[in-house]
Design a protein around this ligand. Sequence first.
Ligand SMILES: O=C([O-])CC(=O)C(=O)O
Ligand SMILES: [Mg+2]
Length: 388
Amino acid sequence: MRIVDIRERTFPISSPIRNAYIDFSKMTLSLVAVVTDVVRDGRPVVGYGFNSNGRYGQGTMMRERFVPRVLEAEPTSLLDETGDNIDPAAVWAAMMTNEKPGGHGERSVAVGTIDMAVWDAVAKIEGKPLFQLLAERYGDGEPDRRIFVYAAGGYYYPGQDLGALQDEMRSYTDRGYTVVKKKIGGAGLDADRRRIEVVLDVLEPGQRLAVDANGRFDRDTALAYADALAQYDLFWYEEPGDPLDFELQAEVAAAYDKPLATGEDLFSMQDARNLIRYGGLRRDKDWLQFDCALSYGLVEYLRTLDMLREHDWSPRRCIPHGGHQMSLNIAAGLGLGGNESYPDLFQPFGGFPDGVEVAGGYITMPDLPGIGFEGKCDLYRLMADLAG
Ligand SMILES: O=C([O-])CC(=O)C(=O)O
Ligand SMILES: [Mg+2]
């Protein structure tokens, strides 16, 4: 067997929303199809992947470096020991040929997107859901199909008033979510406190709010927010300062004894390790949001999980950023603490297979081969069109 083609196309996922750092008016992503010559149900197996919101399409890097390296590799060098399936780690190594360490930039997004498509193909060739394959290969064999998901939204957008913010949050809890997230840092502290309080007003007992500063704050502002936020029973305070400022993160952790979350903008095992070493995070209460679709894919995420274990961190502390089905599979197969979800944003890419409902803050993974994209009609239409 062999990979016969890798196709990619950039799609808009633009909207008028903004967080504390960027607006999404020109946001795009890359969709990738890895075409194999393996035939299942009379058709060639094709694996699909796309990158998470926030980092734009990666077509140039894919076309110039990563796709040619895979297609030019000796086909058998990309296979596992059975010779009947792709070895994702071998494809990863081919992509990373002649890439220096460090300075990860955004090549990790390009590689992570292709890696997602490779895993989708591998699980489809085995005829299993990816979460099942992961539980068998790397876990205890038994996936946990029930996954905690939270609703991310609460962006700033033109014309929004507090009533609209309350309606948005209520629409998430009406759909079965128990944790909702909103942005902070895009307005002043007083305005943000008002926004937090009106959201807390519409939450019922057992429902919680998380807040996300998107790395906007300097040290003093991060600490001033920590002080103000401590009075609320927040699910977490996310990304207070620059993602690579581990000292700031540690200072916030020392000042704020409630849960923190960060990691979506750390793109390698080594950066994640620096966070664990120097970020002052607490293994019993804080949350890690590394997103494989931005950070060299699942081949690298497996290394990150090994690193966490070496530092006595449980995979349960991971709730990845990004709201995609790849992380749902990793959560179910490898025992993560849950996954992000954007109920109304970044469609048709994010979300769950059709018919999957949130109940009491959890979804249950259906039985679909691969990552499960074929179960989401609007998304699969784009994918099938790319595969041709
Ligand atoms: O607004 C964004 O860039 C997305 C984000 O931080 C999140 O989902 O946590
Ligand atoms: Mg975030």
